[in-house]
Write a protein that binds this ligand. Structure first.
Ligand code: FES
Ligand SMILES: [Fe+2]
Length: 308
């Protein structure tokens, strides 16, 4: 197997083809782990759900290689390109694509800045064989910077959300054994690992009038014990607030009688659904995951940890 780094590819093209390159770096630092950034860069399904600018059609997807035809919007126009991404080393991914007379070689590396803080350095190299085409480098640089800003506006919240879960004691299956590209497409897996806590359940209470007034309510925080409640079509539906796949926040994602995960589109049925007509105090129902009680104006919900 042969895996060339960005530096090696640039040297090769300079030496053999007399290419000229413009190089620059873009850096982001945030409260997430290296494995969150690594996962985010490999994560294939979020391209469709998070980045509306990019459509990707995979030709070959393996553990450490992904070859895609992308249709990307730039300056108001869509254009196709082929993109190859591969792990060129530990904590390093290299991408390249060619378009007309230009080649673009990008490399992302990660540096730890502490336990849960990471620096991600993205190095861009735009190359061409023809000296006069170097005139286009500033324009290409501008387009790449805009593209980076667009991509990061979707990606950074994903990484920081995982950082938030880590601050609550959560971890992910990919922490010990990094995911491959293909594995990221298996969205029905549960890769969130709950913290070791003694409590088997959490109790939330609220005034029944509050829910009747607004029709929806968020209880707890967006972890395995958090619940969102919605009144819809004469039903009271109780939904999870944490996606067990990779940790997305589901709190505001209700769509009718389902919740759709914003990162990869996984659909969730309510954990519990009650006909509002049957809700006359005193009322109690326990389905093993939730125990709901209504007495006078006080509603009590016991959330069991088994919901993820
Ligand atoms: S995080 Fe992947 S489906 Fe929710
Ligand atoms: Fe992304």
């Amino acid at each position: 197997m042969q895996k060339k780094t960005q530096k090696e590819l640039i040297s090769l093209l300079k030496l053999k083809e007399d290419f000229h390159f413009a190089e620059f770096q873009l850096i982001h630092e945030g409260n997430y782990k290296i494995s969150d950034a690594d996962w985010n860069y490999k994560d294939v399904p979020h391209l469709t759900h998070i980045h509306q600018l990019v459509e990707g059609y995979c030709g070959y997807m393996g553990h450490d290689v992904n070859c895609v035809i992308i249709v990307q919007k730039m300056f108001g126009m869509k254009f196709p390109a082929t993109l190859s991404i591969y792990e060129s080393g530990e904590k390093r991914q290299t991408y390249f694509m060619a378009l007309f007379w230009f080649v673009l070689i990008v490399e992302t590396i990660y540096e730890p800045l502490g336990d849960d803080r990471t620096r991600v350095i993205t190095s861009y190299a735009i190359g061409t064989k023809h000296r006069f085409l170097k005139l286009f480098f500033p324009l290409a640089k501008l387009a790449l910077k805009r593209n980076y800003a667009n991509l990061m506006s979707g990606d950074i919240p994903m990484r920081e959300r995982r950082g938030e879960l880590r601050s609550w004691g959560y971890s992910f299956k990919g922490d010990n054994k990094p995911y491959g590209f293909y594995e990221t497409t298996l969205i029905n897996r549960s890769n969130v690992c709950a913290p070791n806590i003694e409590s088997e359940f959490v109790i939330h209470q609220f005034r029944w009038n509050d829910l009747q007034r607004t029709g929806e309510l968020l209880l707890g925080r967006s972890d395995q014990f958090g619940i969102s409640i919605r009144c819809d079509n004469n039903k009271l539906n109780f939904f999870p607030r944490l996606c067990p796949h990779e940790g997305a926040d589901l709190s505001s994602q209700c769509n009718g009688d389902k919740v759709r995960c914003p990162w990869h589109g996984r659909l969730f049925n309510p954990i519990l659904s009650i006909e509002t007509a049957s809700l006359v105090a005193p009322f109690q129902i326990d389905n093993g995951k939730l125990n709901f009680m209504l007495d006078n104006n006080i509603a009590t919900i016991e959330v069991r940890r088994s919901i993820i």
